[in-house]
Design a protein around this ligand. Structure first.
Ligand code: HOZ
Length: 427
């Protein structure tokens, strides 16, 4: 596959932008090679600067659940933009967005919109500290919640892929107040509560982990976190930036029936534009300024163009049968990939919830960051390059999720499975 334009652009970019990218996950560091530079996308397809067409399973790392350039989203964005792109004042669009979020997500009574998932998690931690009057936070090894200082400790996603799960530059005071447990390991969580009784403001957890690759919560894990936080007076914070509006309209909390105190949203909620959100009961959200003493603000928060994209996306997702369709497509892809890998020299397995999945090259269950890290990542890198050559674009790291959209056709999925077979035989 020709990538001359991408290589030229990457050379120029590296002189101007650290690593040539504006977010490390895009740099292909853990798989090697030159990242493709894209300039167009529609439906399930994305085209690079050299004109190569690929079936896209990155989907902008999750937001494009309807597929790229969905007509309803484009129309809403164009209509909103024509009325001005930002006012720095309240709008009807953000009220409609808030109504849609509150209707969809069972534990949210009030919501505040911000501009990214990182802002959502950062604000949720501040809220937990303000509401409880405590300082410590618990997170999980391989949990990635954006680049807030307190959460760049044992982080997953590109931080793990680049070998810097504990970022430089984080104030030791923040890191000291961040407690770490392995995902799916309730005894470790219980032990930390025992050692820090009455000091933990909250646990932040991805209810379906998406940043060590997809790792599902084992039966009883989320329920156990709910019981332990309630018992200690700490808040349970679900980071649903990936799982929100993805695994169900109401997110993982509605799928598993476990209600957090605070929910963080991002990605899909903005329909491909920069939106994050955090929400909780009216009582907890009463802590947030101007109602309460916890300050949080943003010039572009609730931006009218971004709200229009979010509203249009959620309206589409509310249509009957959408999540059944996403689950059917996710299952077809996961089963097809598993059959393509059956009998291969290195065993592989697929972790999946709905339209969210990850391929791991291992014969063992992947239940946490330790087991995800022990898989054959070298083979993943080779498989990645081989399947890109076949016209399929999966995430360029083992520690990320594949995203299936409503625009992926049955033929796309069949072609992807055929490409996976060819890619395997080439490595
Ligand atoms: N937030 C995504 C992590 N799974 C990747 C996007 C990025 O870091 O650029």
């Amino acid at each position: 596959m020709d990538n001359i334009r991408s290589r030229e652009l990457f050379d120029r970019a590296r002189k101007l932008i650290p690593g040539g990218v504006n977010s490390p996950a895009r740099a292909w560091t853990s798989v090697g090679g030159t990242p493709l530079f894209f300039n167009r996308a529609a439906g399930s397809r994305i085209w690079d600067e050299d004109g190569n067409e690929l079936i896209d399973y990155v989907c902008s790392w999750g937001p494009m659940i309807l597929g790229h350039a969905h007509p309803a989203v484009l129309a809403a964005v164009q209509e909103a933009a024509a009325r001005g792109t930002s006012y720095g004042a309240p709008t009807a669009a953000e009220v409609r967005m808030a109504e849609l979020v509150v209707e969809a997500v069972p534990s949210i009574e009030m919501v505040r919109f911000v501009s990214s998932g990182t802002e959502a998690t950062m604000s949720a931690l501040r809220l937990a500290r303000a509401y409880t009057g405590r300082n410590k936070i618990m997170k999980f090894v391989g949990g990635y919640h954006g680049h807030d200082d307190a959460l760049l400790v044992s982080a997953g996603s590109a931080a793990a892929g680049h070998g810097i799960p504990d970022s430089a530059g984080v104030h030791p005071g923040y890191a000291r107040d961040t407690l770490i447990a392995p995902y799916n390991d309730l005894p470790s969580v219980r032990k930390l509560f025992g050692e820090n009784r009455g000091q933990i403001a909250g646990i932040i957890v991805e209810p379906v982990a998406g940043n060590m690759g997809v790792v599902t919560p084992e039966p009883g894990f989320l329920e156990g976190l709910r019981a332990l936080t309630e018992d200690d007076g700490a808040l349970l914070i679900f980071d649903e930036v990936i799982s929100g509006f993805r695994v169900a309209l109401g997110g993982a909390q509605s799928l598993y029936g476990v209600m957090p105190d605070v929910t963080c949203l991002g990605k899909i909620v903005g329909g491909g534009l920069p939106v994050g959100a955090y929400g909780a009961s009216a009582e907890i959200m009463g802590t947030v300024a101007p109602l309460g003493p916890m300050y949080q603000a943003g010039t572009l928060s609730g931006n009218p163009v971004a709200m229009a994209a979010g509203v249009a996306t959620i309206e589409e997702l509310r249509k009957p049968g959408v999540y059944e369709e996403l689950d059917r497509k996710g299952a077809a892809l996961a089963e097809g990939l598993a059959s393509a890998f059956a009998g291969a020299e290195v065993p592989a397995r697929v972790n999946r919830v709905g339209s969210l999945l990850t391929v791991f090259f291992t014969g063992d269950p992947v239940t946490d960051m330790e087991s995800a890290s022990a898989t054959d990542r070298d083979r993943f890198g080779k498989f990645f390059h081989a399947i890109v050559e076949e016209g399929v674009y999966p995430p360029p790291s083992q520690f990320e999720a594949w995203f299936v959209s409503l625009a992926h056709s049955d033929q796309d999925i069949a072609d992807t499975v055929a490409s996976a077979k060819k890619a395997l035989s080439a490595i």
